[in-house]
Structures are given as C-alpha cells and as structure tokens.
Design a protein around this ligand. Structure first.
Ligand SMILES: NC(=O)c1ccc[n+]([C@@H]2O[C@H](COP(=O)([O-])OP(=O)(O)OC[C@H]3O[C@@H](n4cnc5c(N)ncnc54)[C@H](O)[C@@H]3O)[C@@H](O)[C@H]2O)c1
Length: 459
C-alpha cells in the first residue's frame, strides 16, 4: 500500500491528473485514481511503463498513464465549414457558438469590435484574409494572437479575376441581360444578329495588365493572365521571396505605380487596405492612365475613390470599372460591373480557410507555434525540454535577459530559446528542463513589457 501513496504523491507533484494502475500476473487488479491537477495538461502520455512490486504472494506490474484533463474551448462566431471543425479532436476540444470563457475564437465575418473578448481568450483565427472585423491593437495589448488564412482563398479569387478580365472586355453581362429582354418568338435569332454589335468588346490577348500587389492572389492572377497571352506588369515594393519564386518569369517588374498607369490597358488591385493603399485609384492617378483603361477591384472597396472613378466613367476616361464591392455611388452607372462580393465564395475556398484557421489555433494552443499571425511574429519550434514557457511581450531592450535571469535564478536550465519580433510585439519560447514553479511564472509576469505567460507541458 505505501507504494501507491508514494506514486500518487509523485504524480501530484508532477501535475499528473489521472493515474491508472493495471496489475497483472498473479492477481488481476484494475483501479483508476483521480487526483487534482496543478497545471492543465493537454497531453496524454504514458509516464512509467512498469513497476514490479513484490507483495507477499502477489506480483503486480503497474502501468501509469496520465491523461490531459483540460478540454480546450473554442467559440465559433460564424458557421465554420466541417473541414475545419473536424480537426478539433473530440475529447480534447469543446467547440460551439455558445461557449463561454473560450480559449480561442474562430470567426469569419462577424464584427468583433464592439464585442466583449473574455480574458480566457488566447487566440483568434479568422477564416479568411482580411482582419478588419477584429480589434487587432486591443488583442496585441492583451497578448491575444490573431491569425488569418492567407492564400487559402487565393485560387477562388484568381478564377474570379480571370472572369473579371473577360467581363470587363466583352460586354457579356450587358449582352446576357439584353437577351433576356427579347420576346421569345420566332424573331429571336434575327433580333440577336441585329443587336449584338452593341455588346462586342476587345480580346485580352496581347493587352497589358498591371497587377498591384503580388501576394497569394496577385501572383496567381499575374501568372494566369500571362498564360492567356497578356503582357503583365507587377508592382509590389514588399514582395516576399516566396511570392517572387512563384511569379512567372514573363511578368515584368514595375518599379513604380506610375509605370503601370502609363502603360497598362487593364489594372487589377490585389493589395490589402492600408493607409498607403486607400484611394490608390483616384482622380490624380486616373489622369496618368491610358484612355479607356479597365479597372478591376476584387480586393477592398476603399482602394478606389468611388466619386472620382464615377466622374472618369462618365467622361469615358475609364472604360469599365469591375468591382466586388457594390456601393450606392456607382451601383447604377453604365460601364460599372458590380459583383456581390463573390471573390472567395466557393465551397473549396471556405473549406481551405476553415481547415487552415483551425490548424493554426490547434498548433498555437497545443504547441505554442505561431504561423500566419497578423499581430505576433511567426515562430515554430519542435517542442523540447520538460516545459515550454511561452511569453508574449513588448519588443524592448533587456527584456529577454531579465526573463532568462528569472528562470536561471530558480535553477531551471534553458534547453532552447526562440525569439522573434514583429513591430512593437515579440514572442519568446523558453524550453526548460524541470518544471517551472508558479512563483517564477508570477515573477515573469511582473517584468515590465511582459503581456502574457503561458506554460505548456511537453513530457
Ligand atoms: N473579394 C474577396 O472576396 C477577397 C477575398 C480574398 C482576399 N481579398 C482581398 O485581396 C487582398 C489580397 O489578398 P492576398 O491573399 O493576395 O494577400 P497577400 O497578403 O498575400 O498579398 C498582398 C500583397 O500586397 C502587397 N502590398 C502591400 N502594400 C502594397 C502597396 N502599397 N503597393 C503594392 N503592393 C502592396 C504585399 O506586399 C503583398 O504581397 C486582401 O488584402 C483582401 O483585401 C478579397
């Protein structure tokens, strides 16, 4: 019996929650003890495979299995595709829209600006690219990691962009609407032949296309348009190495927006909405463009000044404005083709976004890894050591030294340290041998600039 008590004490000290003993050999003996956990442990593991105890006539082989006790709670603010929901393992996650005190939030378009975000929230994932519906600054201050799913809907938008190039050239929308007005009688064919010339338009082959923004969508659009025989100019002062690798060699690198305005017959916007990109298309820039330019905006409404493009459409300077963002000023205008925000509206895109957003949350909650965050740096680690001390903090001098000192003073060996910063915020992961006492965690919290400390048990 004393051996059981010793094992239970040992398990408690080591934060183990459920201890099951399985006795075999001379006597069958099954029993499970529940003991309270000090730290929520998400991982099921077998700690000790066998202890052989000689107890007079009986010999027992005992197996100790610990099971993570803590069900992670994920609140969904919109309907999320099953491809994402199924990734949250049953028994480990509780997922739903009526979850209180969630560890994480999964959202599509629901506006979170005026919503209370509980203190339990560690991360928010947006199944989509834009994050305008999430209060990013507030999240950064509170150490909440905000993820998005760049590229997950890129193919859907690329395909719409190709359709947009064709719709902006051949008046398919006008022609189809006109055909619907014809009387369904024996004169239809004659009426079609007589009226069709009003809907003719140029081919895109050999024309010049300027693409603003060579990210996930812009690179695909540029490559596809080049494949359709267009001469493509791309402008992106912040292009990533990965995007540059993806870009067809036939795409010209424009060194300035002016180069695109001066040369291109078609201009496609694939940039995010930022103070720098807002009103990219306005009276001043339109004046630098070729007469009869066709403009395609599948990115964000405020990249284009609606009032000023309406004037340019009236004068014929802009031949066609195709947008995924209908608005009152342009809705009824001739030569405006307004699509009801269908850029990412494909089942494939919703599946990809949901699966990517769910994977990002899971990897962060379980392993502390950050991929595709808009407010904290990317950082991925193979988990090592007994515990990972994950700290969100301000990007300021001397803070890492203070954290390392706090751990070292407590006699904890730092096996591995990873640190990355993004603008004013930073993320550090200390992988330590041994278990970090709560007093040390409290001390880490008091270091100026520390925003959040999270402990993940690795063994
Ligand atoms: N219509 C829709 O339903 C829909 C769907 C998805 C995305 N979008 C929009 O499309 C945009 C692009 O999406 P993505 O997935 O390609 O994003 P992305 O982040 O992969 O690419 C954006 C690119 O724009 C570049 N950029 C930023 N500022 C620039 C500037 N001033 N000039 C030129 N380039 C600049 C960036 O360097 C980046 O390469 C998104 O921001 C979003 O607003 C719309």
């Amino acid at each position: 019996m004393p051996i059981f008590i010793v094992v239970l004490l040992w398990a408690y000290v080591n934060n183990l929650r459920t201890v099951s003993f399985t006795g075999v050999l001379s006597t069958l003996f099954f029993v499970t003890f529940e003991i309270p956990a000090k730290v929520h442990d998400l991982h099921t593991k077998t700690v000790l495979l066998a202890i052989i105890v000689r107890n007079d006539a009986a010999i027992y082989i005992m197996q100790l299995t610990t099971r993570g006790d803590y069900m992670l709670r994920v609140q969904t603010l919109n309907k999320i595709a099953p491809s994402g929901l199924k990734l949250f393992a049953a028994g480990k996650y509780t997922v739903g829209n009526d979850i209180s005190q969630p560890d994480a939030v999964l959202v599509r378009s629901a506006d979170m600006h005026n919503r209370n975000i509980p203190s339990s929230v560690q991360a928010i994932a947006r199944a989509g690219a834009g994050v305008n519906n999430i209060p990013i600054d507030l999240c950064s201050e509170r150490g909440i990691v905000v993820f998005n799913t760049p590229g997950a809907n890129a193919n859907a938008v690329k395909e719409l962009a190709i359709a947009a190039l064709l719709l902006a050239s051949r008046d398919l929308a006008g022609g189809i609407s006109w055909v619907r007005t014809l009387e369904p009688d024996e004169n239809v064919a004659r009426a079609v032949e007589a009226g069709k010339k009003a809907y003719s338009g140029p081919e895109i082959w050999g024309k010049k296309l300027g693409v603003f923004g060579l990210g996930a969508i812009g690179t695909m659009v540029a490559n596809a348009a080049a494949g359709l025989g267009m001469e493509v100019y791309g402008y992106d002062p912040y292009i990533t190495v990965d995007a540059a690798w993806m870009l067809s060699r036939s795409v010209h690198r424009a060194v300035s927006p002016e180069e695109i305005y001066a040369n291109c017959d078609y201009i496609a916007l694939h940039v995010p909405s930022t103070p720098e990109t807002r009103n990219t298309i306005c009276a001043e820039t339109i004046a630098q463009m070729k007469d009869g330019v066709r403009i395609i905006n599948l990115a964000r409404e405020d990249l284009v000044c609606n009032r000023e493009i309406a004037q340019a459409l009236d004068s014929g300077k802009v031949a066609v404005y195709l947008t995924d963002f209908p608005s009152a000023e342009i809705l009824k205008m001739k030569n405006v083709i307004a699509i009801p925000h269908l850029g990412a509206s494909t089942p494939e895109s919703e599946d990809n976004c949901a699966a990517m957003a769910a994977s990002e949350l899971i990897d962060y909650l379980e392993n502390g890894n950050i991929r595709n965050s808009v407010n904290f740096p990317d950082l991925t680690n193979p988990r090592g050591g007994d515990q990972s001390i994950c700290i969100m903090h301000k990007n300021i001098p001397n803070i890492l030294a203070q954290m390392s000192a706090s751990l070292s003073e407590a006699g904890l060996n730092i096996e591995n340290l990873s640190n990355r910063s993004k603008k004013s915020m930073a993320y550090s992961v200390f992988e330590i041998s041994g278990l970090c006492p709560e007093t040390v965690i409290d001390k880490l919290h008091t270091i100026e600039g520390t925003v959040k400390v999270r402990v993940i048990n690795n063994r």
